[in-house]
Design a protein around this ligand. Sequence first.
Ligand SMILES: [Ca+2]
Length: 222
Amino acid sequence: MPLRKSHFFTRKLIASLTLAGAVTACAPAVAAAAGCTQLPTSKAFSKFGDKADYSLAPGGGFEGTNTWTLTGGAKVVSGNENLGVSSGSKSLFMPITSTATSPEFCVDETNPYFRFAMSSTHKGGYVAAVLWRNSSGQLTQAEFTSSKYVTLLSSGWQPSAVSPLAVKLTLGSNDKAATVQLKIISTGNQNYSDTNLLGTLASNVFGSVTIDSVMVDPYRRG
Ligand SMILES: [Ca+2]
């Protein structure tokens, strides 16, 4: 989304210039400034013992017009996660081998992790990956696996693992930020990828996962 990105970088430039002025006028800077605009937060996973604050990733609730890139039959369906992470009436169903990739967004050192709500049918699984681009180097591009999950039995809604984000990035040397996309790949449980156990049941019923409420941790500890 070039327009949005352009607007974003314009805002960031203004923020940087404002900061530069502030630094000049004040005592020597001690810590590097965050490179991203921070969004409203909530302790979205507190009922699971996670006291961190989280912000919703772009389109991460799958409400309204979908902004994620979907392949392989992934589709927005009725029914929100029931964990209370973020409210709504929709989630993202992902049959085995489908993928869902978020819009680009900014992360900096204050965004160490992301986390989401998920449920699974029998033999479901996923890989949560991060695509990233160092904002100070046009040619730097990479992908890493942040977390994985497999199950033999179906499960209701549960929180995903706390998945590394900025803690695994090489941030830009100037603005300490990077442009990322989150990518969820519905892998099924490859330890049980044969159909002997459950017969020739449709893969869009077995092996699927459903995700919702994709949240980014902006590292504001109380
Ligand atoms: Ca939702």
